[in-house]
Write a protein that binds this ligand. Structure first.
Ligand code: KMH
Ligand code: ZN
Length: 273
C-alpha cells in the first residue's frame, strides 16, 4: 500500500474565529498548529496567511514569517504548500507573488472559475496558463484544485499544452456550494475520471470531510483535513484543534494497515525534488 499523505489546511481564507475560536491566525499560532499536525501525521501544510486584523492576505511578509515560523517549529519539516487561490476576489498578481518571490516546494493551482458560496471565484484561462507556466519554470510542484468533474478536462488540456505533466497531483475539493458535493458517488466518479498515473487527495467540506477521508484511506488516495474545510469534529461539536482532525485520519489509516507518510515519504510520492 502506498503511504497516505495527510495535508493539514490549518487556516484557510474564509474560516473565522467566530466559527472556531481555536483558528490559528498569527505566524506563531500557525507554527504551533502545524507542529501539532506534523506530530499527528500531516506531511503537507496548505498555507493561507492573515494580516494583523485576521483578514486573508497574500502579503509576502506574512507568508515569509509564517513559513519561517513553521519550519522552525516542525520536526521533520513538512512540505509547505502555499495557496495561490487566496481569498475570493484577490488580484491575480498578489496570488502569484509568493510563488515568484518565495519559491515554495509546492503550491495550489486553481484552474477554473466557479460560484463559491455567494461569491464568484475567478480564474481566467489566460491567468491560469501563466501561473502554471510560472510554477513549471520555478520548479514549484502544483497541486491542481478541482471542485467539479469538468475541471479535470481543463487539467487535461493544460497537460496537452505542456503546462502540466504526469503525474498530476489533484486535490478534489468537494462540498463547496457552487461545486460538486462530497457525496461518495461523486468522489468515486472523480477517482475514475483521472489518468492512472496521476495521484489524488480529497478535501471534503464540512460534513463531507470524514466520509471522503475514510474512502480515500481505503482506496489509495490521500486526504486533506483542517479548519479551512471543516471546523467540527462531530455534528455540532467543534474540533479542539487542526491536529485533532489529522489524528483521526491517521488513526483510521493505522486501523486499516495503511502507512502514514512522513514529509520525506510524501516528497518521494509527489516527486518533489
Ligand atoms: N479560498 C478559496 C477561494 C487554494 O487555496 O488554492 C480558494 C482556495 C484554494 O482556498
Ligand atoms: Zn486554500
Amino acid at each position: 500500500m502506498r503511504p497516505l499523505i495527510i495535508t493539514a489546511a490549518i487556516t484557510g481564507a474564509e474560516t473565522t474565529r467566530e466559527m472556531n475560536p481555536t483558528l490559528p491566525i498569527t505566524p506563531e499560532e500557525q507554527a504551533k498548529a502545524a507542529a501539532a499536525c506534523v506530530k499527528a501525521g500531516a506531511a503537507v501544510i496548505h498555507l493561507h496567511v492573515r494580516d494583523e486584523q485576521g483578514k486573508p492576505t497574500q502579503s509576502l511578509d506574512r507568508f515569509r514569517a509564517s513559513i519561517e515560523a513553521i519550519r522552525a517549529a516542525c520536526d521533520p519539516a513538512p512540505i509547505i504548500q502555499v495557496s495561490t487561490g487566496g481569498a475570493v476576489g484577490e488580484a491575480m498578481e498578489k496570488r502569484v507573488a509568493p510563488i515568484v518571490h518565495l519559491k515554495p516546494e509546492m503550491a495550489s493551482l486553481n484552474i477554473a472559475s466557479m460560484n463559491f458560496g455567494d461569491d464568484v471565484f475567478l480564474n481566467y484561462p489566460n491567468d491560469v496558463r501563466a501561473l502554471a507556466a510560472r510554477m513549471r519554470e520555478l520548479k514549484v510542484m502544483p497541486e491542481v484544485e478541482v471542485y467539479d468533474a469538468g475541471h479535470i478536462e481543463i487539467a487535461r488540456k493544460l497537460l496537452k499544452d505542456g503546462l502540466l505533466s504526469h503525474p498530476i497531483h489533484y486535490q478534489f475539493v468537494l462540498g463547496v456550494p457552487g461545486g460538486l458535493s462530497g457525496d461518495l458517488r461523486n468522489l468515486s466518479f472523480m477517482i475514475d475520471s483521472i489518468d492512472p498515473e496521476d495521484t489524488w487527495a480529497v478535501a471534503g467540506i464540512g460534513r463531507f470531510e470524514l466520509p471522503c477521508a475514510t474512502v480515500a484511506v481505503v482506496s489509495g488516495g490521500n486526504v486533506r483535513v483542517g479548519y479551512e474545510d471543516n471546523v467540527y469534529y462531530h455534528k455540532g461539536v467543534l474540533a479542539e484543534s487542526n491536529a485533532q482532525l489529522v489524528e483521526r485520519v491517521a488513526r483510521i489509516a493505522r486501523e486499516y494497515g495503511r502507512p502514514v507518510a512522513t514529509p520525506e515519504m510524501a516528497r518521494r510520492e509527489l516527486a518533489i525534488a
